[in-house]
Design a protein around this ligand. Structure first.
Ligand code: ATP
Length: 218
């Protein structure tokens, strides 16, 4: 199993004490599987993704990713696992403004010491980014920026891609086009995908669906 989440719990401190967001979430994902995570706004979808990525700490439960217990790693261990096993695509593209497109795409692969120039240029080609490689993020449209973020996530050849509404900031036509390319590349690389989406239409395109409600998965 690539990812096993067991009885995961997380509360945030509100003005009147802790507010539970995840009340015991259990979920597993095999290598190469794709799963859409749906749920109302505020139901904890992003929180769940952040815990899996080790970007935040859980209050209880387990996240076993690629054989490692994320909840027991220290900060540097979580950062290492995130770099080597996980690719993340957020709704806000989170590109590095001071790096050009080529350097942004190579960024995570470089941190991992796994940049393969041929693979990087193939990804740039598949996403239509070749004409933009020397541009900086601010010179790109939203759709182009998200393509760069997708290329960056895939370039490090992660076993798991975590995507949080990856086309949520794009107009419908661009969103459809970017999503097509994204799903095709995920399938091609054989990565597993855990993707948050509000769209039932998009969710239906993934292998499995899970719905987060009242802090639990249905
Ligand atoms: N750092 C934080 N501190 C306090 N409360 C937080 C924090 N992050 C999230 N929350 C709260 O936890 C709940 C779940 O937030 P989360 O962002 O995980 O929901 P979501 O399902 O991703 O929502 P959306 O679909 O609107 O993006 C919300 O009520 C939110 O206000």
């Amino acid at each position: 199993m690539l990812l096993s989440i067991e009885d995961l719990r997380k509360s945030y401190l509100g003005p009147e004490g802790p507010v539970p967001v995840l009340r015991g979430v259990t979920l597993s994902l095999q290598a190469g599987e794709t799963l859409a995570l749906t749920g109302e706004s505020g139901s904890g979808k992003s929180t769940l993704l952040h815990l899996v990525a080790g970007l935040d700490a859980a209050d209880g439960g387990h996240v076993l990713l690629d054989g490692q217990e994320v909840t027991r790693l220290d900060d540097s261990g979580r950062a290492r696992l995130r770099r080597s096993a996980v690719g993340i695509v957020f709704q806000q593209f989170n590109l590095i403004p001071s790096l050009d497109v080529a350097a942004n795409i190579a960024f995570q692969a470089r941190l991992n010491d796994t940049p393969e120039p041929r693979a990087l240029s193939r990804l740039a080609g598949a996403l239509g980014l070749e004409p933009h490689l020397r541009k900086y993020p601010e010179q790109l449209s939203g759709g182009q920026q998200q393509r760069v973020a997708i290329a960056r996530a895939l370039a490090a050849r992660p076993k798991l891609i975590l995507a949080d509404e990856p086309t949520g900031n794009l107009d419908e036509a661009t969103a459809d086009e970017v999503m097509e390319q994204f799903l095709a590349l995920v399938a091609e690389t054989g990565a597993a995908l855990l993707m948050v989406t509000h769209s039932p239409r998009l969710a239906a395109r993934l292998g499995r669906q899970a719905h987060l409600s009242q802090g639990r998965l249905l």
